[in-house]
Structure formats: structure tokens, C-alpha cells
Design a binder for this molecule. Structure first.
Ligand SMILES: [Zn+2]
Length: 409
């Protein structure tokens, strides 16, 4: 009996893993033919047929006859995830904007809203209220409530992954804010809420859908006022003990440098962040987004002062990247935010520093790339975070649906 139980448990584990593999493919790529699913998952044709039937029964996917493909035999049916059958709500609190989006099972955004907010400190109450207004403007939210799997939140701060506690967010003026709890109460939704740092989520989405697709070892560098990092090692985010890892903006790089918002001196972000760019270009450091846009435009127009500042930021950026490449041996370094906007102007400086300072072996295997998902990367990453429990184990959810159906029958 024990042996048979064990076999049963093992086959249940296999079934779950296979359902997860299929869910990830359909979520990551949208509609796929059965033969594409066979090729991508390595499962047999008959296994795929049975597993797809489970998703069909739960109303999560539909199968469609595909167009004749000119090959002998019947064309393989197209498996299409039903976008609105399972959705997540994504929220973002950035330095100078907040955003909300509703993302569907096929990975497509159903509705999205972003509004500017003034830079500087604002209370948690204010931000929560503004996010609620924004979320309620996603008119589909009410209609899709029953299909809601969870909420993901990207925040420009240092976040404990387990409890959604924002320990510090210098750009918002927050310290020890139980953001997950606050939002759960405010939203009044009976679904899990996951909170994470926006650079970590930028890394996640660049890995799933952007510049680092297919890579397992990634360093994502987000340059804004602050500089954040998202690190993925062997396919897993590097979180540290409590989720605080990846604060690369606060690498101490310049003992002769300037005071940093964090209280230390000469952190990397005081040499490569937006304020550093403005200062090096001879402009007031507190100029904000318009001033940054002006320096970037001037640099692209060939203005010597602006180009000089970009070169200097590029050299400091390359110096730090060289150190991180030595430590992490990543496959891809994705440059986001400010650095993706300046990429064509500063990439040569960064490569030069890598050639000079990085060890030959990790240098030879690393590739630099500009971020592909732009300003929405953290928001879309928050959606991925909210989808993760479902994608990791759709079987649990299929089960819940079954029992729900049984109750209502
Ligand atoms: Zn610092």
C-alpha cells in the first residue's frame, strides 16, 4: 500500500509540474499550437492533450482549429489562454508617478493608467488613496473581480519580500511602512498582495519578456534619482535574508565623494544617478525630470558640457559594473531607466571600463543590453509577481475552481 501511495504522490507531483510548465508557456507567449507546446515543454502529445483538457474544463483556455499549414495531416489545434479568465492587478509607486494596470492570463495588459505625482515626500495615506482612485479607473476591475488572482505592487524603496514591509523609501520619505497590509485594507480585495522593490521587478520582467529573455543570470541596473539593482542568479532572484539584497546604488565607490541620501558618503548613486548627471553638467542637482530631459537632449545634440557629464557618468557606471561582473558573473547586464535612455552615448565608456577593470573570464561571457520595457518595466514586473503563485502551481487553483463548481452545482 505504501508503495502505491508513493507512486500516486509522485504522479501528482509530476502532474503539477507539467500543468505549471504549460501555464508558463501560455502566459509568456500567448496562444500556442499543441505541437509548439510539445516542442517547448518536452511533454508527449497525449500528455499535453490531457493537461490542456484540464485547463479547458476550468475555462482558462480554449482550443481553436488552426489554419491549414500546408503540411500533411490535420493542423495542430491552437491553445489560446482566455485573457480575462484569470487576471492580476499591478500597482506601482515610482519617484514621480504612480500607475495601475490589469494584466490578463495571456500576459497582455487589459487596462492601464499612469499619473504624475510631485517628487518628494508624501504620506502613505495620500499615495494609497491616489492608487485606489487609479485602480478604480480600470473600469474592468469590478467586472473581473471574480477572476482576480492577486495584486502585485512595485515600490521605489527597500522591501521585505515576506511581509511587504517597506523599511526605507528615501525618495518618498517612508520608514517601516506596512504597505502590503495598508493596501489590502484599502482595496478590500480578498486576494494575496505581494510587494517588491521596483528594480527587482524590472529585472524579473526583462528576464521574462525583455532584453534578458532566456538568460538565467542577470544583473539589472535601474538608474533614476536613486540607483537600484535586480539580481537573478540561476533563475532565482537574489533576495538576501529578508529581501533587502540588490541595493547596488549604495555600493561605496568614492571615499572623496558626496553625502548620499542613505546617510553614507560616496555611494555609487552619487556618481551615476540623475542628480550626479545634472551636477556634472553644471546644472542645479535638484532640477527634477525636466532638467534631466534637457541634459539628455543636449547630449544627443552634441553639447560639450552635457556630453562631458554623460561620459563621466558612463565611466563611473562602467567601474561599478566591472566590480559587479567580477562578483556575480552574469550572462546579461541590462541597463534601465536613465542608462537605457543614454545607452548609445555611454555604452562605449562602460565597455572600456569593463575591458580595463573586469576579470577576463567573466568579462568574456557577459553581454550588455539596454532595457526593452521602458518606464512600465516595474509595473509589468509587479503583474508577473502577482501571477507567480498561480504559474508555479495552477493545479491548486484548478482544484479550487472544481470545488467552487461543486458548491454551486
Ligand atoms: Zn547611499
Amino acid at each position: 500500500v505504501r508503495g502505491r501511495e508513493l507512486v500516486g504522490q509522485r504522479s501528482e507531483t509530476v502532474r503539477r509540474a507539467n500543468l505549471s510548465a504549460i501555464a508558463r508557456e501560455l502566459h509568456g507567449r500567448g496562444a500556442l499550437s499543441r505541437s509548439e507546446l510539445v516542442a517547448r515543454t518536452g511533454l508527449t502529445r497525449s500528455a499535453i492533450r490531457g493537461l490542456i483538457a484540464e485547463f479547458v474544463a476550468a475555462n482558462l483556455v480554449v482550443e481553436e482549429r488552426s489554419e491549414p499549414d500546408g503540411l500533411p495531416g490535420r493542423p495542430s489545434p491552437l491553445v489560446r489562454p482566455r485573457r480575462e479568465a484569470a487576471v492580476v492587478l499591478a500597482l506601482e509607486i515610482a519617484v514621480d508617478s504612480i500607475a495601475a494596470a490589469l494584466v490578463g492570463l495571456d500576459g497582455e495588459t487589459i487596462a492601464q493608467e499612469r499619473v504624475d505625482r510631485a517628487r518628494g515626500h508624501s504620506s502613505v495615506e495620500e499615495v494609497t488613496r491616489d492608487l485606489l482612485v487609479l485602480a478604480s479607473r480600470l473600469s474592468d476591475l469590478r467586472r473581473l473581480r471574480r477572476a482576480l488572482l492577486g495584486v502585485g505592487v512595485a515600490v521605489v524603496g527597500i522591501v521585505g519580500r515576506e511581509d511587504g514591509l517597506v523599511s526605507t523609501a528615501p525618495n518618498l520619505g517612508w520608514r517601516d511602512v506596512a504597505l502590503g497590509e495598508r493596501l489590502a485594507t484599502a482595496l478590500g480585495l480578498d486576494v494575496p498582495i505581494a510587494v517588491a522593490n521596483e528594480a527587482d521587478l524590472g529585472a524579473l520582467i526583462e528576464l521574462r519578456r525583455g532584453a534578458a529573455r532566456g538568460a538565467d543570470d542577470l544583473l539589472f541596473i535601474a538608474g533614476e534619482v536613486g540607483v537600484g539593482g535586480g539580481i537573478v542568479v540561476s533563475g532565482r532572484p537574489l533576495t538576501g535574508v529578508a529581501g533587502y539584497a540588490g541595493e547596488i546604488g549604495h555600493l561605496p565607490v568614492n571615499p572623496e565623494g558626496l553625502p548620499c541620501r542613505c546617510g553614507a558618503t560616496g555611494c555609487w548613486e552619487t556618481e551615476i544617478g540623475e542628480e550626479a548627471l545634472l551636477r556634472k553638467a553644471g546644472r542645479p542637482a535638484a532640477g527634477g525630470r525636466e532638467a534631466v530631459d534637457a541634459v539628455i537632449a543636449a547630449a544627443f545634440a552634441g553639447d560639450p558640457a552635457a556630453l562631458g557629464a554623460v561620459n563621466e557618468v558612463g565611466r563611473w557606471l562602467g567601474r561599478g559594473v566591472a566590480g559587479l561582473v567580477n562578483v556575480l558573473n552574469p550572462r546579461v547586464v541590462v541597463l534601465g531607466g536613465l542608462f537605457s535612455r543614454l545607452y548609445p552615448l555611454l555604452i562605449d565608456r562602460v565597455e572600456e571600463q569593463l575591458d580595463r577593470l573586469a576579470l577576463a573570464a567573466p568579462r568574456a561571457t557577459v553581454r550588455l543590453a539596454p532595457a526593452q520595457l521602458g518606464i512600465d518595466a516595474p509595473l509589468l514586473g509587479a503583474a508577473e509577481l502577482a501571477f507567480e503563485p498561480f504559474l508555479a502551481n495552477p493545479a491548486a487553483w484548478l482544484g479550487a475552481r472544481d470545488s467552487l463548481a461543486a458548491e454551486t452545482a
